[in-house]
Design a protein around this ligand. Structure first.
Ligand SMILES: Cc1cc2nc3c(=O)[nH]c(=O)nc-3n(C[C@H](O)[C@H](O)[C@H](O)COP(=O)(O)OP(=O)(O)OC[C@H]3O[C@@H](n4cnc5c(N)ncnc54)[C@H](O)[C@@H]3O)c2cc1C
Length: 387
């Protein structure tokens, strides 16, 4: 039996990385600041990414994808975030929290209807769990679905939902409490098509970061969907939800690695050219130590992320690894963005460079898809420390 701890990308993964890097540098970088400033969702570039095959990287070829796997997908998301986190989260959420659950739990009909166009990059999907009154505390959610005249009628409000209100949005997977007889009100998941009467995406939020991504509150008011809208088994939505979280965390970890890498590259380039006291600041121990620390932390974050993605790809359990990768990588990203600004001095504070955008984009990484506090609880539970 042979075993290896060497983690090298395959030729196929490297080729994909180079293609996405070239696209991100050529087609995204020149416009990222303008989209950010205008809080503009860049529909055209998302369509172009779809045409490149980016949304289908991890999905099987029979469902419109490239069948390249979860590690390749992490590499793609990382490359996008190295330039623009808004684009990276648009792609990452579409694939990992909307497409993945349809692949994993959907009927053949649901896969053909929702997954195939998503994997081909023609449409975007969303997943809505968070509510104004309940994010980390999923059990505190208030949205309900009850049976009425052969339909399921959904009522409630979802908060901070990515990808649900732009012109490419085709469906949202909604978690809701359903009647299961008696007092039990277990969670179920429903696929709600955009445009369904009673489903109203609200105006986009004005966000501190990820400004070119589409984030909204969604209101469901007597929104009726058919039996065929149930994703997975009725009353087993918690399973769908937990699976979504694990995959989504690998996605956020990949965004974190990419953002941190981009910030490190900006800081390194500036430190080499900025002169102070007669020499480039990169020659000062206080500065090169920061850069060396970041390089090391990013390498560790990348390994944790690829490991979680590789376990997912192999069909093995990866709950703890996904939580650890997201916890560590997101905190590295916040530190990298902050040190990038520190190294840029006063110029870092001015919106003419990408430095403040990276700083603003970093913080949400320790919040979305499980806060750092909740991730420590997830890891402690895997360690058998808490129930
Ligand atoms: C830009 C953006 C995009 C998002 N996209 C989506 C999406 O597409 N779909 C979706 O469903 N959600 C989405 N979210 C929501 C996100 O996942 C939640 O914001 C996150 O899970 C935290 O929930 P909350 O905001 O309700 O905070 P809370 O759960 O209210 O937490 C507030 C604070 O209390 C702490 N806390 C709570 N419980 C505990 C505990 N038991 N122990 C220790 N500390 C605790 C938290 O760590 C945090 O610091 C998005 C959020 C943002 C900002």
């Amino acid at each position: 039996m042979t075993s290896s701890l060497l983690f090298e990308l395959t030729d196929e993964q490297r080729a994909l990385r180079d293609t996405v890097r070239e696209f991100a540098e050529g087609e995204i970088a020149p416009h990222a600041a303008a989209w950010d400033e205008a809080h503009e969702f860049p529909t055209a570039v998302i369509r172009q990414l779809g045409e490149l095959g980016v949304m289908g990287v991890a999905f099987p070829e029979e469902y419109g994808g490239l069948g390249a796997g979860a590690v390749a997908m992490a590499v793609v998301v990382e490359e996008l975030a190295r330039i623009d986190s808004s684009i990276a989260v648009t792609v990452g959420a579409d694939v990992s929290i909307a497409g993945e659950p349809v692949l994993r739990f959907g009927t053949e009909e649901q896969k053909q209807r929702w997954l195939v166009p998503l994997a081909r990059g023609e449409t975007l999907g969303a997943f809505a769990s968070t509510e104004p009154g309940a994010g980390s505390d999923v059990r505190g959610a208030q949205t309900t679905a009850h049976r009425q005249n052969g339909s399921w009628v959904i009522n409630g409000t979802k908060a901070f939902i990515t990808n649900a209100g732009n012109e490419l949005s085709s469906f949202v997977i909604v978690t809701a409490k359903t009647d299961a007889g008696g007092d039990a009100r277990p969670l179920s998941t429903f696929i709600v098509p955009s445009g369904t009467p009673g489903y109203e995406p609200q105006k986009p939020y004005k966000k501190m970061g990820w400004r070119a991504s589409d984030t909204r509150e969604l209101v469901f008011s007597q929104c009726a969907v058919g039996e065929d809208a149930i994703l997975g088994q009725l009353g087993k939505g918690a399973r769908v939800f937990l699976t979504v979280l694990d995959g989504g965390r690998v996605g956020i970890a990949a965004i974190s690695v990419g953002l941190a890498q981009g910030a490190l590259e900006q800081a390194t380039a500036y430190a080499k050219e900025r002169l102070a006291f007669g020499a480039p600041i990169a020659k000062q121990q206080a500065i090169y130590s920061k850069l060396a620390d970041l390089k090391t932390s990013i390498a560790a974050a990348r390994l944790l992320t690829y490991q979680a993605a590789a376990l997912k790809e192999a069909g093995k359990p990866f709950t703890e690894e996904a939580a650890a990768a997201k916890l560590f990588a997101s905190e590295v990203a916040v530190r990298a963005a902050e040190e990038n600004m520190q190294i840029h001095g006063g110029f870092g504070f001015i919106e003419e460079s990408a430095v403040p955008r990276f700083y603003r984009d970093a913080k949400v990484l320790t919040i979305g898809e499980g806060t750092s506090e909740i991730l420590k609880y997830v890891i402690a539970r895997q360690m058998g420390l808490v129930d």
